[in-house]
Design a protein around this ligand. Structure first.
Ligand SMILES: [Zn+2]
Length: 110
């Protein structure tokens, strides 16, 4: 995993998420570029929400993905590895991958 910017927090991710990301990298044969990792509840994006989102659990990452094939490969690997929460932004070129099983199983777009 590589940070897209220096302020991306990978240190506070749940170890389960780090293992999952390593397994995706192995499956797709490329290093993931992370645009968002752990976010504290007072992070500007989270503070706007009614309840803190999945990133505050350390069980979510946003992965840079430009173009249909990279998006497909990441989503395919994630599903094969048991991921049940996937958000896709083709406009902003990232895929959200979440492992918080207390949240609803879903695929959504931004
Ligand atoms: Zn996200």
């Amino acid at each position: 995993m590589k940070k897209a910017q220096s302020n991306v927090n990978l240190e506070d991710l749940n170890p389960r998420m780090i293992e999952f990301a390593n397994n995706i990298e192995e499956a797709i044969g490329a290093e993931l570029i992370i645009t968002s990792g752990y976010r504290s509840p007072d992070h500007p994006i989270e503070a706007k929400k009614k309840t803190p989102g999945e990133h505050t659990t350390g069980l979510a990452i946003d992965v840079a993905a430009v173009g249909g094939t990279p998006v497909y490969e990441i989503v395919e690997a994630a599903i094969n590895l048991g991921c049940k929460r996937i958000g896709i932004s083709r406009k902003s070129n990232f895929v959200h991958l979440g492992l918080d099983l207390s949240r609803v199983t879903s695929i959504w777009t931004y």
